[in-house]
Design a protein around this ligand. Structure first.
Ligand code: UGA
Ligand code: MN
Length: 323
């Protein structure tokens, strides 16, 4: 009797062990085949629970990105391609855009490219928040005909978690300093990939002497945030935390003349700033409130919007087409 119980316990333990090993091997093989052949529909993702589907979808996408992209950190056409810009009599606009993988990334960048392609004498610097660039995304930029530089810069370990895009913007500023001749007139604008930009604002910011500003719609939990103007000068701000922030303005609400990079070197974003302090901490390095040049008809018009795209509620994951 005891003998029988011992034998069946042994058999159950053995079977459990075998079961675990086999399941492990199956899962590993499956993930590998999925990553390797992520373009073909090897696995029916739709039978899996939501979070797992999302994870596997991401795994497939990362596999695609790594495939062929490793070692090609810097790519795209470089700043030299400004030679092909149509008009050298007007200042260059450098647009700096940090971006990162999520389901809406391609849609956001397409929307933004469609705006930027209507602006002349512009160079778009897009910095992928990842180890490597995405060759498919690069193809998108190439297809726009825009003058652009696309490269990868990961978030540094020392950068605080709540800070988004700072290391990427700083890398873009390094790139400008290394490639641009400061005697050629240029302005810098930090344009996130999810905002909405009117064409008017680009033509106005182009002639920024040092620091220009304008209202930003749907920003800071208000209908808009804006500098308040009296006799053509900024006297205060209508904005979130305007008592404690010297320049209480969203990233989308100002442009800098590129020369400040050299005059106030190093002009870089802080990577340990408290929430909402990124913009003000940068601008405090170079400017005084009295120097602000108000645009958008003395800050009486909203020409940019801090729009935010809702995370899509995807129930059916299909990896055959790139979204
Ligand atoms: C607000 C400001 O508008 C941003 O300019 C500022 O960087 C951010 O807060 C902040 O202080 O952290 P918000 O809409 O909250 O923007 O931020 P996102 O639009 O999610 O991100 C800003 C930019 O960084 C976007 O272009 C986004 O693609 C990029 N990003 C975001 C990354 O590159 N990596 C990330 O992990 C997250
Ligand atoms: Mn945003």
């Amino acid at each position: 009797m005891i003998q029988n119980i011992k034998i069946s316990t042994f058999v159950i333990k053995r079977s459990l062990k075998m079961f675990c090993i086999l399941t492990g091997v199956a899962v590993i093989t499956w993930s590998f085949s999925y990553t390797k052949h992520s373009r073909s529909q090897l696995v029916n993702l739709n039978v899996l629970p939501g979070k797992l589907k999302e994870f596997i979808y991401l795994l497939g996408t990362l596999g695609r990105r790594l495939n062929g992209a490793l070692g090609r950190r810097l790519s795209g056409s470089h700043l030299l391609s400004l030679d092909i810009a149509d008009n050298h009599d007007i200042p260059i606009i450098f647009i700096i855009t940090p971006t990162y993988y999520r389901l809406v990334q391609k849609a956001e960048l397409t929307r933004m490219a469609n705006t930027l392609r209507l602006v002349k004498q512009l160079h778009w610097i897009i910095v992928e928040d990842f180890e490597v660039i995405n060759l498919k995304t690069q193809e998108l930029f190439q297809s726009t005909g825009l003058s652009f530089t696309y490269f990868a810069q990961t978030k540094r370990n020392t950068t605080k978690n709540h800070i988004k895009g700072a290391d990427q913007r700083n890398a873009a500023l390094d790139l400008i300093m290394a490639n641009h001749n400061p005697s050629i007139p240029a302005v810098i604008y930090f344009a996130d990939d999810d905002n909405t930009y009117s064409l008017e604002i680009f033509e106005q910011m182009r002639y920024t002497k040092k620091l220009s500003m304008w209202p930003v719609g749907l920003s800071g939990g208000r209908t808009y945030e804006t500098p308040i103007i009296k006799d053509g000068k900024v006297i205060k701000f209508l904005a979130w935390k305007s008592e404690t922030r010297k320049f209480p303005i969203d990233m989308a609400g100002f442009a800098l003349n590129a020369k400040v990079l050299w005059t106030y070197n190093p002009m870089r974003f802080s990577t340990d700033a408290d929430s909402g302090m990124l913009e003000t901490k940068l601008l405090e390095k170079c400017c005084a409130v009295e120097e602000i040049e108000p645009l958008a008809d003395n800050c009486s018009k909203v020409l940019v919007w801090h729009t935010r795209t809702q995370k899509p509620q995807v129930r059916i994951f299909d990896n055959s087409l790139e979204v």
